[in-house]
Write a new protein. Structure first.
Length: 85
């Protein structure tokens, strides 16, 4: 049976540990970021202004993602336009 060099074993073990720990990392929750930004702007939670701020942050993020992906916007630019145009 072939034996591995102790240094190679340490490198393999460190790589495996790094891979295992990276799987535990979580991505930031967009709604938490939206709420934090609205809190920083000074909006009071539970108010209509706060809800509008969070919705605006969400919409703006979706538009940024759409632009980065090269896709058409998921929401119309003018949502209140008449259908007769």
């Amino acid at each position: 049976m072939r034996r591995f060099h102790p240094r190679a074993m340490r490198i393999i073990a460190a790589s495996a540990l790094t891979l295992a720990l990276s799987a535990c990392a979580s991505t930031p929750d967009p709604i938490v970021e939206d709420r934090s930004r609205c809190d920083a702007y000074g909006f009071q939670r539970g108010t209509d202004a706060y809800a509008n701020c969070v919705m605006t942050q969400d919409r703006d993020r979706e538009r940024r993602y759409d632009r980065q992906a090269g896709q058409r916007p998921s929401r119309p630019e003018r949502p209140y336009s008449s259908e007769e145009e």
